[in-house]
Design a protein around this ligand. Structure first.
Ligand code: NAD
Length: 477
């Protein structure tokens, strides 16, 4: 059987097994069979990256710019084709798939520029006749572990800065979305990188991921995924003295105050709660609404949800694609059921059939919930949001912060005073005013606080904090 192979030491290498890539909109549609590596092949990729680092660490900013800019340009030129493939394997709609692909391209182009802008400091010493330089250097071999929900953007925002700052990469995509990863690897394989600088190793978290976490040859590990996996990885990498960064789950609040513009608030809630099938770490899943606007807000939201088309991701007119797989659908349905049993009033949320066999679910809005309910404590990661009614802005802020997570938080208000206070006091890495909590720029830091994140921020100029190490050099004149 033909398989899409791994890319190790500059060669396309068969796996020890293959895995079919199933379209969640139509489970009879297989995108292809993708190589599955074992821990031994992951070790080979790590060794190749280590060997390549000897020379790549001395690559010029111009070399790195040329590679990253070329990759960004090719992704941009092929955005419709790559975006369609992404939608076919992950289930987000075509416009969402193309949008994510463009974002990935822009990330490569941004970090092409960053490769040219690595600066340092020349500092007078406190001692006479001594000069001090402070500068950044690459770390060495970085392991990159990605989740399935942004099959090209998240790999891009890890791979591009890793290469821009002179590191070598071993990249492990999520099992469910190897096609976007393979396409990106294929583009990188023709970009002028020396063999071994970039390696793609598709396979199970317990095999390939585990090898990256455990290997002392992996100097730094960047992970995005679930809280349970992330916390284990942080502890394991730190225990062997490696550098580690983890972006994990969210239970993001969107506060709607009495003085909010109703259309703005409903739009923010529907966009960030349900688009991309709610499978975004920045999705608004707790909508905290003050009493004076609560009824109007809920009624208008439900009107909007009734009009959304749930369907095949590639069909024109689909607003919400399928859930990514059977396991995630079962998890979503279980949480809706728990919410109902704990006293929530559920609108929607049923699994439904469409013209092709897939994992379709209607968006669920659960009203009458309280902060202590399971639905307001645990991440669902589907088209499911709950509404918490509160008396005033003080209670809204307290409820918004009453969570172990801290990725994104939003507020809809026309009061500058309330917006300013929320930006200051929301315990989250990213705060949005009169905007959906999901949907961020590609050139500024991304990440959270509390249980959502560990380590330095990703993206923007701040990515240098993770992908470089700082050296201080002293010279006697
Ligand atoms: P996951 O934790 O199941 O898997 C993430 C990656 O880790 C996959 O590549 C997987 O193969 C790998 N993995 C699994 N077990 C491993 C192990 N023992 N050792 C090493 N690697 C292992 O997460 P998922 O289901 O793919 O993604 C959904 C989750 O990701 C959600 O919780 C979501 O909130 C989170 N997410 C967070 C962000 C963010 O930036 N905060 C962004 C997107 C997704």
């Amino acid at each position: 059987m033909d398989q899409y192979r791994n890319f190790i030491a500059g060669e396309w290498v068969e796996g020890v097994a293959t895995r079919p890539n199933v379209n969640p909109s139509d489970t009879t549609d297989i995108l292809g069979h993708y190589a599955q590596a074992d821990a031994g092949q992951a070790e080979q990729a790590i060794a190749a990256a280590r060997a390549a680092f000897k020379t790549w660490r001395r690559s010029t900013p111009q070399q790195r710019f040329d590679v990253l800019d070329a990759v960004g340009n090719e992704i941009l030129a092929r955005k419709d084709e790559i975006g369609r493939q992404l939608s076919r394997e992950e289930g987000k709609t075509m416009p969402e798939g193309i949008g994510e692909t463009v974002r990935a391209a822009m990330i490569f182009k941004f970090f092409a520029g960053e490769a040219l802008r690595v600066g340092g400091e020349l500092v007078p010493s406190v001692r006479p006749g001594v000069g001090v330089e402070v500068f950044r250097q690459p770390l060495g071999v970085v392991g990159l572990i990605a989740p399935w929900n942004f099959p090209i953007a998240i790999p891009a925002w890890k791979i591009a800065p890793a290469l821009a700052f002179g590191n070598c990469v071993v990249f492990k995509p999520a099992e469910l979305v190897p096609a976007s990863a393979w396409t990106l690897a294929e583009i990188l394989s023709r970009s002028g990188l020396p063999a071994g600088v970039f390696n793609l190793v598709m396979g199970a978290g317990s095999q390939v991921g585990h090898a990256l976490v455990q290997s002392r040859e992996v100097d730094a590990l960047s992970f995005t995924g679930s809280v349970a996996t992330g916390r284990r990885i942080v502890a394991d990498v730190a225990a062997r003295g490696g550098k580690v960064q983890a972006e994990m789950g969210g239970k993001n609040p969107l506060v709607v105050l009495d003085d909010a513009d109703l259309d703005v608030a409903v739009n923010a809630a529907v966009q960030s709660g349900f688009f991309s099938t709610g499978q975004r770490c920045t999705a608004s899943s707790r909508i905290i609404v003050t009493a004076g606007i609560h009824e109007r807000f809920v009624d208008t939201c439900i009107d909007r949800l009734r009009k959304l088309n749930v369907g095949h991701a590639l069909d024109a007119g689909t607003d919400i694609g399928p859930v990514v797989d059977a396991q995630q659908l079962a998890q979503n349905l279980r949480y809706v059921d728990i919410a109902r049993r704990e006293g929530g009033v559920v609108f929607g949320g049923e699994a439904v059939e469409r013209r092709t066999p897939g994992f379709y679910q209607l968006p669920a809005l659960i009203t009458g919930t309280t902060p202590a309910m399971t639905i307001n404590r645990e991440e669902v990661f589907g088209p499911v949001a709950s509404v918490i009614r509160v008396q005033d802005a003080d209670e809204a802020l307290a409820v918004a912060n009453d969570t172990e997570f801290g990725l994104a938080a939003g507020i809809c208000t026309t009061s500058l005073k309330q917006a300013t206070r929320f930006k200051q006091e929301a315990e989250a890495g990213m705060v949005m005013v009169n905007l959906p909590t999901a949907g961020v720029d590609y050139h500024v830091p991304f990440g959270g606080r509390k249980g959502s994140s560990y380590g330095p921020r990703e993206q923007g100029r701040y990515a240098a904090e993770f992908y470089t190490t700082v050296k201080t050099a002293y010279t006697a004149a």
